[in-house]
Design a binder for this molecule. Structure first.
Ligand code: AMP
Ligand code: MG
Length: 347
């Protein structure tokens, strides 16, 4: 074999090895782990790209189960169940993460103009909208519950990582913030594992890291609040963000033609009736987004539309006349679905 032939063969071999490596790299990049589990009273969808996908998936699954054990009101020895049982009696020791979540929820309750209160537990229980026996409580019952709601009566002892509810009968309910807060914890965990692409969806809350491996953004549907679960009023791309949605279609019952939904107004004791049917909040801060979606829903249309432009978050708001409004910061990210029947899009 002459020298030219040897060089040609060598070049070919190097090129082939290069192609195989490139192919393997692409395969590694495109490799992903995804699946759905059930915890925190909701379905949890995860998708993580890259070689650490499985480890991240397993850690997230373990994390949400652990958090549920700590904060569920229905698990009798959870930190929150104990806090509620010992209301008016004594302080209860809390894990550091539950203490952090309670502190944040208390601080935000104080900033909500009375629309959000983490001690709303007694009222949630009387309506039982998410439970087995939903009903319209009597006026006396509602009055009694309202007297037990006051975030200022949750006492926090940071030195001992413990808390106490001041009066017997009071109860904390973290349902309006815990999932968004969990999104923040999951982001931290996934970044620790080196994840650069993927997402988690917990009920009405989403958290997205990076873009798809092909360089396109991850797109998600914004549910049509009057359609079925497969219908959307638009799609939104969320890179490095979380999105929380509160809507009157999520959990409700109907009686005498009235829809009683699960977003309760702590000022009246009744489901909020402020002219909105869905509020989505997009923010890097998952706990803030979850808190705000509930708070804006309760505050109602007029107040919410005043907050359309803010540096910390963006909104997609649907009112009861099916008008859809969104923050200008979402232009280019939010694509309204012009086919969605009955909606008017305003931007
Ligand atoms: P979300 O879907 O995030 O809006 O949370 C709704 C859940 O939060 C309800 O099922 C209740 O457990 C709880 N909740 C309802 N109304 C309020 C409120 N005004 N403030 C705090 N928590 C609430
Ligand atoms: Mg919320």
């Amino acid at each position: 074999m002459n020298r030219r032939w040897i060089w040609s063969l060598l070049t070919l071999a190097v090129a082939a090895a290069g192609a195989v490596t490139l192919y393997q790299n692409n395969q590694a990049r495109l490799r992903f782990v995804s699946g759905t589990t059930f915890a925190m009273n909701t379905f949890i969808d995860q998708k993580w790209f890259g070689s650490k996908g499985q480890k991240t998936y397993d850690r997230v699954t373990a994390f949400v189960t652990e958090i549920e054990q700590e904060i569920s009101m229905h698990i009798s020895n959870s930190d929150i169940a104990l806090l509620n049982q010992k209301a008016g009696k004594e302080y209860v020791a809390l894990s550091p993460e539950v203490f952090g979540l309670l502190s944040r929820a208390k601080e935000l309750s104080g900033a909500s103009q009375g629309a959000f209160d983490l001690t709303i537990g007694p009222l949630v229980e009387s309506w039982d909208i998410t439970g087995l026996n939903p009903k319209v409580p009597s006026q006396e019952e509602i009055q009694k519950d309202l007297e037990l709601i006051n975030w200022e009566d949750l006492l926090l002892d940071e030195t001992n990582s413990s808390a106490m509810l001041l009066r017997e009968g009071m109860a904390v309910d973290l349902g309006a913030i815990a999932k968004g807060w969990a999104c923040d914890q999951i982001r931290q965990l996934a970044l620790e594992e080196g994840i650069t692409s993927g997402y988690v969806s917990l009920g009405g809350n989403l958290m997205v890291i990076g873009q798809k491996p092909d360089g396109n953004p991850f797109y998600f549907g914004v549910r049509d609040p009057r359609g079925d679960a497969t219908e959307y009023i638009g799609t939104v791309s969320l890179e490095g963000k979380t999105m929380a949605t509160s809507g009157d279609y999520e959990r409700y019952f109907e009686e005498d033609g009235v829809r009683y939904h699960h977003l309760l107004d702590p000022r009246t004791g009744y489901p909020a009736d402020g002219g909105l049917i869905s509020v989505s909040v997009i923010s890097e801060d998952g706990a803030l987004a979850d808190f705000l979606s509930t708070t804006f829903f309760v505050l109602g249309r007029e107040e919410t539309l005043k907050h359309l432009e803010d540096d910390r978050y963006q909104l997609i708001v649907v009112d009861s006349d099916l008008n859809v409004y969104w923050s200008s910061g979402l232009n280019g990210n939010f694509q309204p679905n012009q086919q969605a029947e009955g909606y008017t899009f305003h931007q």
